[in-house]
Design a protein around this ligand. Structure first.
Ligand code: MN
Length: 232
């Protein structure tokens, strides 16, 4: 491997803790699936039956890890929580067959696809990209990864989010329109997937606004939990 001398300091490698170890998982890209639970598609004003999966990305630099605080972002009055199961890839590829997709998974975590909903609404209306709504600083709080060698590949089980102890989002992984193997297969027709990629797999219904001072606690049955606090 070539060793470069850089003209400025190289950026720090984004990473996630791995449950039960002091090692970390290096993060390459973060892919997100839109409207992957029927009840959420309906609450956002869409027909869940008509759409193939669609994707967007968050920068790996938007991760908040190790239960760090979520700084309320600028240029918005309406920041929404979207609790999601996160898939981490140990192996990449292109045109990965559905039946081989799970062989590429390292493990799973609980994440939040934080969204500047007011900006997203404007961008949708104008047919513009979602980056400013989805990829701001701190937009991807994520809990510890749990290896699939320990928990298998969860395809059912509760997914939920509480704010200040009150239940706001509740669903089940079995409500995903596109299942994890299908998501990996589809993404790999569009991108060269790589070890270190994360995939946020969509949110159940109940999305809503967070406020400064809120405590967020989310979980996925069989995977784990995520805690963060909204700070000024
Ligand atoms: Mn989402």
């Amino acid at each position: 491997m070539t060793s470069h001398s850089f003209v400025i300091s190289a950026p720090e490698q984004a990473s996630l803790p791995v449950e039960g170890t002091d090692q970390r998982f290096p993060v390459h890209r973060i892919y997100c699936v839109g409207r992957n639970y029927a009840a959420h598609a309906v609450e956002m004003g869409h027909d869940p039956d008509k759409e193939p999966p669609f994707f967007f990305q968050k920068s790996a630099t938007t991760l908040i890890t190790d239960d760090g605080d979520f700084p309320y972002p600028p240029a918005t009055q309406d920041v929404h929580h979207e609790i999601e199961m996160v898939v981490a890839l140990a192996k990449g590829g292109v045109d990965i067959p559905v039946e081989e997709a799970l062989d590429h998974v390292y493990g799973y975590a609980v994440g939040l696809d934080m969204t500047r909903r007011d900006i997203q609404s404007v961008m949708k209306k104008m047919g513009r990209p979602w980056d400013t709504a989805k990829s701001f600083e701190g937009a991807a709080p994520c809990g510890a990864l749990v290896p699939a060698t320990e928990i298998g590949h969860p395809s059912s089980g509760a997914i939920w989010l509480k704010i200040n102890g009150e239940l706001r989002q509740e669903g089940d992984l079995d409500q995903m329109i596109w299942k994890v193997p299908e998501i990996i297969a589809q993404l790999s027709t569009l991108f060269q997937l790589r070890a270190g990629d994360l995939i946020m797999t969509g949110t159940p219904s109940g999305v809503g606004a967070v406020n400064k001072g809120d405590t967020l606690e989310g979980g996925v049955e069989g995977v784990g939990a995520l805690h963060t606090r909204v700070i000024d």
